[in-house]
Design a protein around this ligand. Structure first.
Ligand SMILES: NC(=O)c1ccc[n+]([C@@H]2O[C@H](COP(=O)([O-])OP(=O)(O)OC[C@H]3O[C@@H](n4cnc5c(N)ncnc54)[C@H](O)[C@@H]3O)[C@@H](O)[C@H]2O)c1
Length: 247
């Protein structure tokens, strides 16, 4: 059990919600962040172990306010698990500049802004850890359609790899580790529009023969943010049931 303070974004749904739950169960103090309402009912409501903050992570002020909420509640910040992101399933022919830019703004700039705000807080107490979210869609698909991520989404998740590595080097002098999880297709709102074609491809591509559960990705993210991962820095951890074989 630990009493460390972790900020979790995207906590209203899917993997972020599973991270929030896992962290609370393990004794962490959590600041849960989302643009949508967060359901804290399943983990005993808000209180000494959980506060929530409403934020649009593409807005610098919202990110700073979310971090300030954690500092006000607990007096410090030890980690960030950043899961907030939007999907874009349009094909190359359907995509326009507006959707492309919005996807990059939320998924890439949002990751940077939350990491920057959290790092400024973690610096004050001598360090911490950050976990970002890339995606297996970079290597296996990327064409959009059938509910799957297209060029805008895949570009945004590829950028997270560069961001993770750049931040790992930038923040090492401040004692802050930065890693990312790269989930395979996982059963959340983001994949709810997968049609039969997309679902069949997911199971085919994994060694486990299954689509991921949010808890399975959360377990890896919580590990990376924890002290158990103290010697892991600048890495992208595939969590995909063996999907890396690219079958
Ligand atoms: N589900 C998958 O198959 C899958 C696969 C690979 C990577 N990922 C990545 O994992 C992370 C979590 O995905 P998920 O499947 O849980 O998605 P999800 O759609 O279930 O949850 C995403 C959350 O982010 C929030 N969000 C979106 N835009 C926001 C903004 N501007 N400000 C604040 N909050 C915002 C949403 O409200 C939602 O609660 C994402 O980064 C996603 O790209 C998911």
């Amino acid at each position: 059990m630990t009493e460390k303070v972790i900020i979790v974004t995207g906590a209203a749904s899917g993997i972020g919600a599973a991270c929030m739950k896992t962290l609370v169960q393990q004794g962490y103090k959590v600041c849960a962040v989302d643009r949508d309402p967060i359901d804290a009912g399943a983990i005993g409501g808000t209180g000494s172990h959980l506060v929530t903050a409403k934020a649009d992570v593409s807005k610098p002020e919202d990110c700073r306010n979310a971090v300030a909420t954690a500092e006000r509640a607990y007096g410090r910040v030890d980690g960030l698990i950043h899961m907030a992101a939007i999907h874009s399933t349009k094909t190359w022919r359907e995509l326009d500049a507006e959707e492309f830019n919005r996807t990059l703004s939320v998924n890439v700039t949002g990751s940077f802004l939350m990491a920057q705000a959290a790092a400024l807080a973690m610096e004050k107490t001598g360090g911490g850890a950050i976990v970002l979210a890339s995606s297996g869609s970079i290597s296996v698909s990327g064409v959009g359609g059938h509910g799957r991520g297209g060029a805008a989404y895949v570009s945004s998740k590829a950028a997270i790899i560069g961001l993770t590595r750049a931040l790992a080097r930038s923040l090492a002098p401040s004692g802050i580790r930065v890693n990312a999880v790269s989930p395979g297709a996982t059963q959340t709102a983001m994949t709810a529009e997968y049609d039969e074609v997309a679902l069949a491809k997911v199971a085919e591509r994994t060694l486990t023969g299954s689509i991921g559960r949010p808890e399975e990705i959360a377990a890896a993210a919580v590990f990376l943010v924890s002290d158990a991962a103290s010697y892991i820095d600048g890495e992208i951890l595939a969590v995909n049931g063996g999907g890396s074989f690219g079958l």
